[in-house]
Design a protein around this ligand. Structure first.
Ligand code: FAD
Length: 396
């Protein structure tokens, strides 16, 4: 609750000019706070007369030392682990080593125990395994109930989720149940000197990278998109512990039932799984020129990606977009044609093994991260490249 002590208010307007939310009105030369107030505290700090008081509910103090270990939600579908699970285990291992703690995976499903080997091979020291016929397919209610119960019982310090459709559904539900925070779509994770999880993600439209800490609550939870973290080599000789967890659920708790699954049949190559991606940007200038770049993609058996303006102009559908509001990809080779390399695009492709950029501007930011840069007109370079590649392929 925020309160203006009218007797103390001098009408100096410091709060009025400072409020980032325009939530202060001046009425009869006294400050008045409107419903737009977010209790950010800027006015309280700045008021020279100390006439503004915010009463905050007391935060429940928890003993952070009770929370130990790094966990990864091991997402599987139809008995197959999602690749993001293995990427997160590789990243989780670094965090766990940094903390001197264990890495664990939480696996839920029905008849999925065979997957524990792959989780252990990918560095998990422990696997918490919950199996039940009601967990056959992902459903929000059952998965939330079980994972909340396991987290409450074993108290991990960190829980990581893939920012997949299911991960994005599950993680916020757990956060709400446990009354803790969640940082979505992290692009970097680290441990601070104080032992907190340092979560980095693009903010303010991708113009800055924000670093977020959860200093007072546990577990610290984050989602990470597929392909953002690199997967380490698996080691099938590793040994780990499997902890079977009772799945205490009944059909009554499940409010949404899956009646049928309709798969989208698409001829398009899946960008997230492609080995080579050829992507076009605004530099192609018109939808009539997309075939120039498409030809290069076809020659290399590559998937066709693009930057956001290409989608905004409706030259290609959104499924082709790479970047912050599109897909995150990490192919063996990413060829950016007529793409400048703004941060919102780079966050979606910068972990590609080899980056090739074709751009007529030698100062284009994409050339700073490219392994190979070709400076020149794409309309001359790309057809020439296609010709040479075809010649090379015929000779091979
Ligand atoms: C909240 C938010 C989210 C966003 N999400 C995304 C996202 O997911 N993905 C994304 O891509 N962008 C995203 N953007 C937009 C992003 O900021 C850039 O505007 C966008 O990436 C620029 O696309 P571009 O490189 O194709 O176009 P431009 O920046 O216009 O660059 C075109 C490039 O083509 C080159 N060029 C022109 N003609 C030729 C030629 N004949 N031959 C060779 N080179 C040529 C130019 O030198 C230039 O470098 C987002 C922006 C915001 C604010």
């Amino acid at each position: 609750m925020i309160q203006v002590l009218i007797d103390k208010c001098t009408g100096c307007k410091v709060c009025f000019s400072l409020c980032p939310f325009g939530a202060v009105d001046m009425v009869d030369e006294k400050a008045q706070i409107s419903a737009a107030c977010t209790l950010c505290g800027a006015c309280e700090k700045a008021c020279p007369a100390q006439a503004i008081i915010i009463e905050r509910p007391k935060r429940e103090e928890i003993d952070l030392s009770e929370y130990k270990g790094v966990w990864v939600y091991a997402e599987q579908s139809e008995g197959k682990l999602k690749s993001v699970t293995l990427e997160l285990l590789s990243e989780g291992k670094k965090l766990a080593d940094n903390l001197g703690e264990e890495l664990a995976a939480v696996l839920m499903g029905n008849g999925v125990s065979a997957l524990t080997d792959a989780l252990i091979a990918q560095c998990a020291d422990k696997v918490y395994l919950a199996e039940h016929e009601l967990l056959e397919r992902y459903n929000s209610d059952a998965y939330t109930a079980i994972l909340t119960a396991i987290i409450s019982k074993y108290k991990p310090s960190i829980v990581l989720y893939g920012a997949t459709l299911n991960g994005r559904d599950l993680a916020p539900r757990i956060a709400a149940r446990l009354k803790i925070g969640l940082t979505a779509d992290c692009t970097g994770l680290d441990i601070t000197d104080e032992g907190h999880l340092l979560q980095t993600r693009p903010a303010l439209g991708g113009n800055i990278m924000a670093q977020i800490l959860s200093r007072y609550t546990r577990p610290q939870m984050a989602t990470v998109r597929p392909n953002v973290m690199k997967r380490a080599e698996a080691d099938s000789s590793r040994k780990g512990e499997i902890i079977k967890v009772e799945a205490n659920i009944t059909p009554r708790i499940i409010r949404a039932k899956i009646l049928d699954i309709v798969r989208e049949v698409s001829q398009e190559v899946n960008l997230e799984e492609a080995d080579i991606i050829v992507s076009c940007g605004r530099g192609v200038q018109s939808p009539d020129n997309i075939p120039v770049v498409e030809e290069l993609a076809k020659t290399l058996h590559a998937a066709l990606g693009c930057s956001r303006p290409v989608v905004d102009e409706e030259w290609l559908p959104h499924m082709h977009q790479v970047g912050q509001t599109g897909k995150t990809v990490a192919p063996k080779m990413y060829i950016a044609v007529g793409i400048s390399g703004m941060i919102q695009h780079l966050v979606g492709m910068q972990t590609s093994d080899i980056i090739v950029a074709i751009n007529k501007d030698p100062e284009a930011p994409i050339l700073k991260i490219a392994n190979y840069g070709v400076v020149g007109d794409l309309f001359k370079i790309v057809p020439e490249l296609v010709k040479e590649l075809r010649k090379g392929l015929q000779e091979a």
